[in-house]
Design a protein around this ligand. Structure first.
Ligand code: NAP
Ligand code: GDD
Length: 363
């Protein structure tokens, strides 16, 4: 069981909050991903000491991460390896663990369903077990057991074939991909560890959130990069799948604020995080091409290769609980987000950069 580190004495008002944050230590899995980078920046700005779990021998994103965030400390580990997670928690002694690591690209979850189950699903169990073992929690429920607070990156993909719209914390799940099924397992397991062991374990049910650091395989970034390549004359066409799918797209840097707020609450609870506004892929296309002064109809080709075995047609968040209890709101709207992404990719490619050597703006 971990010996606890000292805390600064309690002050008052904002000073107490700042001092409390100053003494906090966070461990982030998935730190080399889009959300990991924004969360690390946010926590550092709030005065946290931030550690990131990184996997692999020669992970190229580690170098980029070090360039962006020199203040982050890195520790090796893999969601497939229970021992490495126990060692990481033992060594870091975090106050908060944010589990963002996953295989997160939905189509890949049909191609590698077992691996997706192992990482995105069972990986959650391994992180929770590492916290439980290191906190010395061995038996049944006792509220507030253990001092490490846990955040699980749940997903609106769990709603899948939606039973109602918009979706809130009570909406039943009907996942439509092995990824959605794995996330649903992780979500219920987090709830179960809260109920079984009294752990402060919560899930954020986050709707799609994007940025110039988004992976190039996701539709927003595929479009912003495609527009930039066409505008600069490198390509003529952009091939896409289902243009009528509807999503609730927000800005990633807004969403990581909600993660911290969830762990700062008095009581552990799960929250839906999204904007409540939806657009189709077609509308996204039209706007992105317009930002670059182009007409999408002259360049976009639909390609059956990008149609999924089972589609999630429409997702729309009802984030009212997060607004009421956490005071959270998204700040960047759809138009601003799309313009930000297209402009960032135009600047990146114009300066000779490539999608793979950038997580976007400041990387
Ligand atoms: P992302 O960019 O795809 O990042 C995924 C991260 O997981 C990467 O850092 C990756 O590290 C890490 N990872 C993968 N397999 C691992 C393993 N076996 N062990 C340790 N780390 C591993 O994802 P994101 O967009 O930042 O999303 C963060 C989390 O939120 C994910 O769990 C995602 O499913 C969930 N989520 C995202 C959204 C969204 O719209 N972005 C919405 C809802 C939920 P490597 O560099 O080593 O590959
Ligand atoms: N990726 C991609 N590529 N998607 C396309 C394409 C294409 O060429 N053409 C149409 N789409 C449609 C997909 O069929 C889907 O309906 C929609 O665009 C969004 O696809 P993605 O950007 O790949 O995101 P996602 O909604 O499947 O999943 C993302 O959001 C989830 C939260 O709802 C990921 O970030 C997940 O990890 C996350 O949980």
């Amino acid at each position: 069981m971990l010996p606890r580190r000292g805390r600064s004495p309690a002050g008052s008002g904002w000073r107490r909050n700042w001092e409390a944050a100053l003494s906090r230590r966070a461990l982030i899995t998935g730190i080399t991903g889009q959300d990991g980078s924004y969360l690390a920046e946010h926590l550092i700005a709030c005065g946290y000491e931030v550690w990131g779990l990184v996997r692999g021998q020669q992970n190229p994103r580690v170098r980029q991460l070090r360039q962006l965030l020199g203040d982050v400390r890195l520790i090796r580990g893999d969601l497939l390896d229970q021992g490495s997670l126990i060692s990481a928690v033992e060594q870091v002694q975090p106050d908060e663990v944010y589990n963002l690591a996953a295989i997160s690209y939905v189509p890949m979850s049909w191609q590698q369903a077992e691996l997706t189950g192992e990482v995105t699903g069972l990986g959650v169990l391994r992180v929770l077990e590492a916290i439980r073992v290191c906190s010395g929690i061995s038996a049944s429920r006792s509220p507030g057991r253990g001092q490490i607070r846990f955040y699980q990156a749940s997903s609106s993909e769990m709603f899948g074939m939606v039973r109602e719209s918009p979706q809130n914390e009570q909406t039943p799940f009907h996942p439509r991909s092995p990824y959605g099924v794995a996330k649903t397992y992780g979500h219920f397991l987090t709830q179960n560890y809260r109920e079984s062991y009294g752990m402060f374990a919560v899930s954020g049910i986050l709707f799609n959130h994007e940025s110039p650091r988004r992976g190039a395989e996701f539709v927003t970034r595929k479009i912003s990069l495609g527009v930039a390549r066409i505008k600069l004359g490198y390509e003529k066409q952009l091939r896409l799948g289902n243009l009528s799918a509807r999503r609730d797209w927000g800005y990633a840097a807004d969403y990581v604020r909600a993660m911290r707020l969830m762990l700062a609450g008095e009581e552990p609870a799960d929250y839906v995080i999204g904007t409540g506004v939806t657009h189709t892929v077609g509308e996204l296309l039209e706007l992105a091409f317009k930002v670059a002064g182009l007409d999408w109809r002259e360049h976009v080709v639909t390609d059956a290769a990008f149609i999924r075995p089972a589609e999630v047609d429409k997702l729309c968040a009802d984030p009212s609980l997060a607004r009421e209890r956490l005071g959270w709101e998204s700040k960047v709207g759809f138009e601003e987000l799309v313009a930000m992404m297209v402009e960032a990719d135009l600047a990146l490619l114009s300066s000779g950069g490539h999608a793979e050597d950038s997580f976007g703006d400041s990387w």
